[in-house]
Design a protein around this ligand. Structure first.
Ligand code: ADP
Length: 395
């Protein structure tokens, strides 16, 4: 059976095609179209037969999907999308409506559309991908997997904000959380790797990429997560601020007479690591630190401190910590970040093996020194694999 995972972002479409047989998942092809509607787009696909790349302008998500279809045809893996068995779409916001994967029908697309005010930068693009592929392959089963769904198990005490009660009831203001597909994958992968049942484990998982979030997972269920009603809350990110005093917004609005669009841009695109040191890419920040750049070091320190605070808070909520998982480009890629985050966390039972931490360069590995209670793992997340596995269960 051939299953295609599709992730339509605001300016990119990522995909991974799997051959699924008797519980085994083999990647046949994977790639992305980036910088859609910009002057020069980037198209990349890797498959058993090699690599395909182009740099022509791709004007729209529809065109990106058509290019992906053409590339798959060229590889002779599938003649067109209609020959696939299942297409799985990542949808960022499922609100309170979707707490598990669903087979897409007209009612589902309508509901996703109705959730747009909660994720105006994401859901419209997710929906566009769904619409194009339903039109191109109307007979193929299509499934939606929601990035918020994993966190729907959070109790009220975690998801309600201390704001006037009416905001929740009439405007859906609550914590939803994001990166749920990744956090779900990380929890299951940790359980499998450690050979311990998921329903016995207390896990803190860290997805540290351009966007970053921490989740407390108790017995397989998300009980709290750092992103909130929007993906702005929580950890310091590449260009997003994470937690800040909301009073700052009121102050800025008054001082500079800023409107909501400008505030949105400042908090989403000009803050975080970029706001502190002018650079949002952690690899560049690490290079600058090596050259003695103090601002880069400060950005690194603030980033790591915030993560440390969340680990402590979530350990307290969980009541016991068994596993700490690092993932995302930064979490899985940077020994320096892992070392700094874990420094001084012996009180929580976290003690890294600094040599193993530096050397480890694998999809998954254990980096604690075994002397304390908490297993510390680095895991390369695989959201597409998690998507097709979840979709496989949906009939
Ligand atoms: P996204 O959130 O867009 O999926 P990624 O998970 O790929 O992004 O993470 C991107 C971030 O990861 C960037 O800041 C990048 O510099 C950082 N990164 C990737 N590899 C490494 C590495 N080996 N060491 C440090 N940072 C890394």
């Amino acid at each position: 059976m051939k299953m295609l995972a599709i992730n339509c972002g605001s300016s990119s479409v990522k995909f991974k095609l799997f051959q699924v047989d008797n519980g085994t998942y083999r990647v046949l092809a994977a790639g992305l179209v980036e910088k859609i509607a910009e002057e020069s787009s980037l198209v990349h696909m890797q498959w058993q037969g090699g690599v395909t790349e182009q740099n022509n302008r791709v004007a729209s998500h529809r065109e990106a999907l058509e290019i992906i279809e053409m590339m798959l045809l060229d590889t002779k893996i599938v003649p067109d999308f209609s020959q696939l068995d299942v297409i799985v779409h990542r949808v960022v916001h499922g609100g309170e409506k979707f707490y598990q994967p669903v087979v897409i029908n007209d009612e589902v697309t309508q509901t996703i559309k109705s959730l747009t005010p909660l994720a105006p930068l994401h859901n419209p693009f997710n929906l566009e991908g769904i619409m194009v592929l339903r039109e191109k392959a109307p007979q193929v089963k299509q499934v939606a997997i929601f990035d918020t769904a994993f966190h729907q198990t959070m109790p009220e005490v975690s998801y309600l904000y201390p704001l006037p009660d009416d905001f929740y009831r009439s405007k859906n203001v609550r914590r939803y959380g994001f990166h749920g597909i990744s956090h779900s994958y990380l929890a299951k992968t940790a359980s499998h790797f450690l050979d311990k049942p998921l329903d016995t484990l207390h896990i803190v998982s860290l997805h540290l990429g351009n966007g970053a979030s921490a989740t407390a997972v108790k017995n397989g269920r998300s009980i709290d997560t750092s992103m909130g009603m929007t993906p702005l809350e929580g950890l310091v990110m590449g260009t997003r601020c994470g937690d800040v005093d909301p009073g700052i917004l009121i102050y800025l609005e008054r001082e500079y007479d800023l409107d909501s669009e400008k505030i949105d841009e400042i908090l989403n695109a000009q803050s975080g690591l970029r706001g502190i040191c002018g650079e949002n890419d952690m690899r560049e920040i690490l290079k600058r630190i090596k050259k003695g750049d103090k601002k880069a070091k400060l950005a690194f320190d603030i980033f790591c401190n915030r993560i440390k605070k969340y680990i402590g808070a979530y350990a307290a909520l969980l009541g016991r910590l068994d596993v700490l998982v690092f993932s995302g480009g930064i979490g899985a890629g940077s020994p320096d970040v892992r070392e700094r985050v874990c420094e001084g966390l012996g009180l929580l039972g976290i003690q890294l093996d600094l040599d193993v931490n530096k050397r480890l360069n694998a999809d998954i590995g254990c980096i604690d020194d075994g002397s304390k209670d908490v297993r510390v793992l680095t895991v390369a997340t695989d959201e597409e694999l998690e998507m097709v596995k979840q979709a496989y269960m949906v009939q």
